[in-house]
Ligand binder design. Structure first.
Ligand code: ARG
Length: 462
């Protein structure tokens, strides 16, 4: 609480804000996470102000040095953040004044907190795109390790969570490698589009000072300055693109996590989580719970929630800056923290889990999983139309179901009672190994195709 006007902008204010006003207005509680980006932006700005003759070199040098001092104080963890100073921008500037004296007052020339926060936040989100990319690569590597180990292990492939056709473990793992590859390209796209600098848009209209926006853009690693000052301080689509990419990524993680939850159950036993990635129950000694997978499955809730929240904050805002936009940060921070945690947990859990080859194989043979292979055989060997073959196979499945056995357990005579052209070599395609080995079409589940795909990903992931 303050009883005096704000020292940064309080010229026309006689009194300080109401305590509740200060509480709702201040963002320092969370935007302190932008300290490093704020200081990088200010240092680039000060260097440009000197290069263009707007401030003296000695003032710029003092400011740039002083900002490093402030940064090390913040990183040291004992910086006295003040809610009265509202946000990270004014906290840094106020401290800079204490460190370097009056020169600090020249830093804000040709700049506003509107372009300042826009640049800070862009830099922060850009870093998160890079962080997500490396974390995703780590998950891909874990999955690839699993795929390599069991490239030709047979397991049931499901549709509707009903056994459909046998597939290979390697193929199933690679499906997620592909999804996460697209996630990476979504973050890369978003990063490419966001990599332009709003700095120098000033409050909204640009400035009468002869600034060099290309220089600051370059110093901060941007491809160039944003071309419209009103747009530069207004939009948060870069954060929304990050959140959209994060949401889809979290959704993919959620699906994989769900499979791991199902697969690690006593009913499936397809995988066993290592001790490091399992938890026990406080009452049931036999339990090995897949808590990490469940929590990863849940993370989409808050991440997609953040996406919806920021979309809703931004909709209907007139140009240009409105204070509503201060509500952008916590959503993105929370989403990013949780995405990174989920990715790290997934990478570790997948690397450490062991697939149960026998259980996968046994399950692959259930549920008449080679019925399509039988129908295909009738088409290929007997020249039947696929629809007729489908019908005949259906009758054989019904027969097996009635007898409580699987398709390969029917005798040749029983098969011939449904269609007299069926020969003994039909049994070759009823085995799950032959089934998967036969699916050699591009992108198919045959081990030969899976090994090719593994080799390509290995080359790509290094
Ligand atoms: N804390 C503010 C935010 O996060 C910084 C920009 C303030 N700009 C202003 N015109 N009040 O959006």
């Amino acid at each position: 609480m303050t009883d005096h006007a704000n020292t940064m902008w309080g010229g026309r204010f006689a009194a300080g804000p109401d305590a509740i006003m200060e509480a709702i207005n201040a963002s320092i509680g969370f935007d302190r996470r932008l300290a490093q980006q704020d200081i990088a932006g200010s240092r680039a700005h000060a260097a440009m102000l000197a290069a263009t003759g707007i401030i003296t070199n000695s003032d710029a040098d003092a400011i740039r040095e002083g900002l490093l001092t402030v940064l090390s104080e913040i990183e040291g963890g004992d910086f006295p953040f003040s809610a009265a100073l509202e946000d990270i921008h004014m906290n840094v500037e106020a401290r800079l004044k204490e460190v370097v004296g009056p020169a600090a007052g020249r830093l804000h020339t040709a700049r506003s907190r509107n372009d300042q926060v826009a640049v800070d936040f862009r830099l922060w989100v850009r870093d998160q795109c890079d962080a997500a990319d490396s974390a995703l690569a780590a998950v891909q590597k874990s999955l690839l390790g699993q795929a390599e180990a069991g490239a030709d292990w047979v397991m049931p492939g499901f549709t509707h969570l009903q056994v459909a056709q046998p597939v290979t473990w390697g193929h199933h793992m690679l499906a997620y490698v592909e999804m996460l590859g697209r996630d990476r390209s979504r973050f890369a796209d978003a990063r490419r589009r966001m990599n332009v600098s709003p700095l120098g848009a000033a409050a909204l209209a640009g400035t009468s000072f002869p600034i060099d926006r290309h220089m600051t853009a370059q110093a901060l690693g941007f491809d160039g300055p944003m071309t419209n000052s009103l747009d530069a301080v207004s939009d948060r689509d870069f954060a929304l693109e990050y959140l959209a990419a994060a949401s889809i990524c979290a959704l993919h993680l959620s699906r994989l996590a769900e499979e791991l939850v199902i697969w690690s159950s006593a009913q499936f036993r397809f995988v066993r989580m290592s001790d490091k990635w399992s938890t026990g129950s406080s009452i049931m000694p036999q339990k090995r719970n897949p808590d990490a997978a469940e929590l990863i499955r849940a993370k989409i809730g808050r991440i997609f929630g953040a996406n919806v929240a920021l979309m809703t904050v931004m909709k209907g805002l007139p140009l240009t800056y409105s204070k509503d936009m201060q509500e952008d940060k916590e959503q993105v921070f929370d989403a990013a923290d949780n995405l990174m945690l989920a990715l790290a947990a997934m990478a570790g859990m997948v690397a450490d889990m062991s697939a149960n080859r026998d259980a996968l194989r046994a399950a692959a043979a259930t549920g008449f999983s080679t019925a399509t292979d039988l129908a295909d055989w009738l088409v290929r060997e007997l020249g039947l139309p696929f629809r007729d073959a489908h019908h005949i196979t259906g009758s054989l499945v019904a027969m097996a179901e009635k007898q409580g056995c699987d398709l390969p357990d029917l005798s040749l005579a029983q098969m011939q009672s449904v269609h007299d052209g069926i020969r003994a070599d039909v049994f070759d395609v009823l085995g799950v190994d032959n089934s998967v080995a036969s699916r050699t079409s591009f992108g198919g589940t045959a081990p030969v195709r899976v090994r090719e795909a593994i080799a390509l990903w290995q080359e790509h992931l290094g």
